[in-house]
Ligand binder design. Structure first.
Ligand code: SF4
Length: 318
């Protein structure tokens, strides 16, 4: 699998411009490619290009803000979010390229699954959008019932999928990884299937979703026994969710002692620094309590789970 970027535009802008210090940042899978691109540019022009070696999972995490001297910043592979402002910041698309993405996928079994999905709503992430368009064209050509729009989602924003939810019977998520398709399945009542390019199969995520919901409920019940709950605020550019942190603190403080703690990278080791805190609500990135759940000793809840713990009602995880 190959991740592509429009190197030419980036090179042109740096070489034609008068910039002295340029910063590149992007997701883990791109860092080595960015290092090579920086080297090529520095050979052609007297400019310093710094590649941020810490990978970022979204444009919520603009590490280039730690280098205010930079006069140009390129953020690769994520779509801009409202909370990401930076002087001279450019977002550069990155996309996964797979030759013949449907090869080995067109088995009788997979086609039967697609045929059973009713009206299909396609969902994907920014890097898989081109492949999703190929899949859409194929499904239309074969006469499957597919909605015209493709819903682009991020790990914590499913608005585009929610906009098409009423018009479809099932979602088909096109892409790899676990967090995005599982996240989609947690926010919608519609069945979600994943067309995984790496796994080369189509899988109904209903069973996985049920397992996760059961596990989340068990974690919430454990958190219910807490005396003191820590409310974690993210310090990353787009993760400083202070108003939500204060809201969940107000709700929880009717039943529990609470304490507000802010940190940049939330890690299992850091959460153990605070004695007497029995569980945490994470108001920063929801991937922390969901993706890394096995690594934490204390119950870690998402913001919505924290609200559910405080006032009951219908469980929402994301
Ligand atoms: S899921 Fe986390 S890393 Fe991804 S965009 Fe949301 S806050 Fe950022």
């Amino acid at each position: 699998m190959n991740i592509k970027i429009t190197e030419r535009n980036v090179k042109d802008e740096i070489i034609k411009g008068r910039h002295k210090l340029v910063v590149f940042e992007g997701p883990e899978g791109l860092l080595d490619k960015l290092k090579d691109l920086a080297g090529e540019i520095e050979k052609e022009k007297d400019v310093a290009v710094v590649v941020i070696g810490d990978p970022c999972r979204g444009s919520c995490d603009l590490k280039a803000s730690h280098i205010p001297q930079a006069d140009l910043v390129f953020h690769f592979g994520h779509v801009p979010t409202v909370s990401t402002h930076h002087k001279n910041l450019r977002f550069v698309d990155a996309w996964v390229e797979v030759k013949n993405p449907l090869k080995k996928m067109l088995t009788k079994e997979n086609l039967e699954i697609i045929g059973s999905m009713g009206k299909i709503g396609l969902a994907t992430t920014n890097t898989y959008e081109k492949i999703c368009v190929t899949v859409k064209k194929f499904l239309e050509k074969e006469g499957f019932n597919v909605l015209g729009e493709i819903a682009e989602i991020t790990g914590c924003n499913f608005d585009k999928a929610m906009e098409i939810e009423e018009k479809i019977d099932s979602f088909l998520f096109v892409g790899d990884g676990r967090f995005h398709p599982i996240g989609l399945s947690l926010v919608t009542e519609k069945p979600v299937y994943k067309l995984g390019l790496e796994e080369k199969n189509i899988k109904n995520l209903e069973e996985t979703k049920e397992k996760i919901v059961r596990k989340r409920l068990a974690i919430i019940e454990k958190a219910r026994e807490s005396k003191k709950i820590g409310i974690l605020i993210g310090l990353k550019t787009g993760q400083k969710n202070i108003s939500s942190a204060l809201k969940v603190r107000d709700l929880l403080s009717k039943k529990y002692e609470t304490t507000l703690i802010a940190m940049d990278e939330i890690t299992p080791a850091k959460t153990l620094n605070f004695k007497g805190i029995d569980s945490y609500v994470v108001t920063a990135c929801p991937r922390v309590p969901l993706d890394d759940v096995e690594n934490y000793v204390k119950p870690m809840l998402t913001l919505k789970e924290g609200i559910y713990l405080a006032r009951g009602g219908r469980l929402q995880i994301l």
